[in-house]
Each structure stands twice: as structure tokens, then as C-alpha cells.
Design a protein around this ligand. Structure first.
Ligand code: NAD
Length: 299
């Protein structure tokens, strides 16, 4: 029978991911600072413990899915962190989107304890997390990739090896910078078209058969009523929070600064998502930039 897998961080993404490990027959031992998030997993048979150290004490493979860099530092190196109790030879996989420099620091700290740390951020959102169709971008020691893959294929359709630790984060940060730019571009385009008298559904249909087509226009359209089953049709609830997108754009800025890379549109996208956070959009889906651009109408 399969041995226990640890899971830390049972939020929008972590909960459905851990459920898929259970579905594949892995006993799961989990924790989250917010006790309410643990309930459903406990009912499905997972063992719930008080803190990350207790998870690492019992499982020699641990997946973490946390909001941002400070949470990852806390969960790995804090007073009740994984590294306090980690067993030699353990495999630690972090699927959070964080600063690649922090991933590298965690890998060094893990190595000192005789464990292996890999970064494996995901693309795909809550729907893909539930259906086990995520894309994992994996960075770390290549010899450990097969071991990581065994777990990650239970939760994802694509598991891609990117290179040394931190390169998974690099791929993820680049993807999300383009996603943010595309979402803002789609939103301002749709808004202009609507104000020029076009029906939004018709405009989306034309874009999607033309050269302006992109993921934000054809699978995640930000205009309410254009598509079913996306956050724009549900008052921008669920999905990928504006605050998380602002964080990812901040990571892109940091890495661009460090490498002296010009990213003018990424920079502007970062500012727009930060302004949205300050104006009440923080926990709404990031496609609510469409609503933000239309605020002038309410005045
Ligand atoms: P979330 O805020 O819904 O979940 C994070 C969970 O971590 C929460 O349940 C929180 O209580 C828990 N947590 C925080 N600090 C903790 C600690 N010290 N110990 C234990 N648990 C702790 O976030 P999410 O939407 O699940 O996203 C997680 C990560 O995945 C983020 O880095 C995000 O950028 C990335 N991501 C999200 C999506 C998406 O669509 N939501 C898609 C791709 C990637």
C-alpha cells in the first residue's frame, strides 16, 4: 500500500489538489492555519495535525500550497516548520508561486537537513485543480524529478521539468505576467467595443476568430454574460484573486530588476493590479479589471 503524503495549505487550490491525492489512494496527512479549511479533507479520511513540523515528522513526501514567500519561509523554517522535524531523504515539493530566490534558499536549508526541496508552481486555476488537469513547472535536482512526477501526475495533466531549483517559478512568473497583460488588454478592448455600440458576445466571437484572440478572450472572458462558468458570470467570485495576481506581477518586477530586463507592460500591469487591491478588488477574481475600467460609468 502507498505511504502517507503530507499536504500543507488547504486553500482554493490546495484542497482540491489534496483530494486528488486521496482519490489516487495516497493516505494524506495535512494542516492549515485556518482550521475551517481542514474539515472537508478530514471527512474524506485525511489525518489533520497541528502544524507543519508534525506533518514532516510522519510523512517523507510533503507538498506545500501557500499564498506567498513569507508563508513558505514560515512553513519551512519557522518554529513549527517542516525543517524542525524533517526526515533524512524526504522530498519537499512547493507548489506555491513565490520568489525564485526564496525557493533557492529553501533548497539550501532543506539540503542541510538531508532533504530535497523542489519548486513546482502550477498553472490552471481552481477548475484544473479539481479535475486534476494542472500544469506543473518543476525546478530542482533532475535525479529527483521522477519521484516528484509520481505525486504530481495525480494532480496534473502536464508535469514539465524546467531545470535547477527556482526555474519552475521563473516559468510561472513569466506566464502570469503575460496573462495579466492579456487580461487588461482584453478588458479595455471589450469596454471600448461596447461603448462603440457593439454587442459584447458578438465582439468576443469576432476577436476569437481574429488575431486578437487570447486565453482571456476565448476561455476566461472578463465581461459578464459573454461566457458561462467563469468568474465574470459570478460577480468575479472564486478563481484567481487580484491580490495574488498583484503579488505575481511584483515577483516579475523584482526578477526583471535583478536581471536588468525591460518589462514596461508588466510594470504597468503591476501598478493597475495594485490600484485595484487598494480599491476593494483584492479578493475578486483578476478578470474584474474589466469592472475596474468601467468605474467611471458609475460617477
Ligand atoms: P489561498 O489563499 O486560497 O490558500 C492558501 C492556504 O494556505 C490558506 O488556506 C491558508 O490558510 C494557508 N496558509 C497560509 N499560511 C499558512 C501557514 N503558515 N501554515 C499552514 N497553512 C497556511 O490561495 P490559493 O488560491 O490556493 O493559491 C495558493 C498558491 O497557488 C498561491 O501562491 C497562488 O499564487 C498560486 N496559484 C493560484 C491559482 C488560483 O487560481 N487560485 C492558480 C495558480 C497558482
Amino acid at each position: 500500500s502507498k505511504t502517507q503524503v503530507g499536504f500543507i495549505g488547504l486553500g482554493n487550490m490546495g484542497k482540491p489538489m489534496a483530494k486528488n491525492l486521496l482519490k489516487h489512494g495516497y493516505p494524506v496527512i495535512a494542516t492549515d492555519v485556518f482550521p475551517e479549511s481542514c474539515k472537508e479533507l478530514q471527512e474524506l479520511g485525511a489525518q489533520i495535525v497541528d502544524n507543519p513540523a508534525e506533518v514532516a515528522d510522519q510523512a517523507d513526501r510533503v507538498v506545500t500550497m501557500l499564498p506567498s514567500s513569507p508563508n513558505v519561509i514560515e512553513v519551512y523554517t519557522g518554529p513549527n516548520g517542516i525543517l524542525k522535524k524533517v526526515k533524512k531523504g524526504s522530498l519537499l515539493i512547493d507548489s506555491s508561486t513565490i520568489d525564485p530566490a526564496v525557493s533557492k534558499e529553501m533548497a539550501v536549508a532543506a539540503e542541510k537537513m538531508g532533504a530535497v526541496f523542489m519548486d513546482a508552481p502550477v498553472s490552471g486555476g481552481v477548475g484544473a485543480a479539481s479535475s486534476g488537469k494542472l500544469t506543473f513547472m518543476v525546478g530542482g535536482v533532475e535525479e529527483e524529478f521522477t519521484a516528484a512526477q509520481e505525486l504530481l501526475t495525480c494532480m496534473g495533466a502536464n508535469v514539465v521539468y524546467c531545470g535547477a531549483v527556482g526555474t519552475g517559478q521563473a516559468a510561472k512568473i513569466c506566464n502570469n505576467m503575460l496573462l495579466a497583460i492579456g487580461m487588461i488588454g482584453t478588458s479595455e478592448t471589450m469596454n471600448l467595443g461596447i461603448r462603440l455600440g457593439l454587442d459584447p458576445k458578438l465582439l468576443a466571437k469576432i476577436l476569437n476568430m481574429s488575431s486578437g484572440r487570447c486565453w482571456s478572450s476565448d476561455t476566461y472572458n472578463p465581461v459578464p454574460g459573454v461566457m458561462e462558468g467563469v468568474p465574470s458570470g459570478n460577480n468575479y467570485q472564486g478563481g484567481f484573486g487580484t491580490q495574488l495576481m498583484a503579488k505575481d506581477l511584483g515577483l516579475a518586477q523584482t526578477t526583471a530588476t535583478n536581471t536588468k530586463t525591460p518589462v514596461p507592460l508588466g510594470s504597468l500591469a503591476h501598478q493597475i493590479y495594485r490600484m485595484m487591491c487598494a480599491r476593494g478588488y483584492a479578493s475578486k477574481d483578476f478578470s474584474s479589471v474589466f469592472q475596474f475600467l468601467r468605474e467611471d460609468e458609475e460617477n
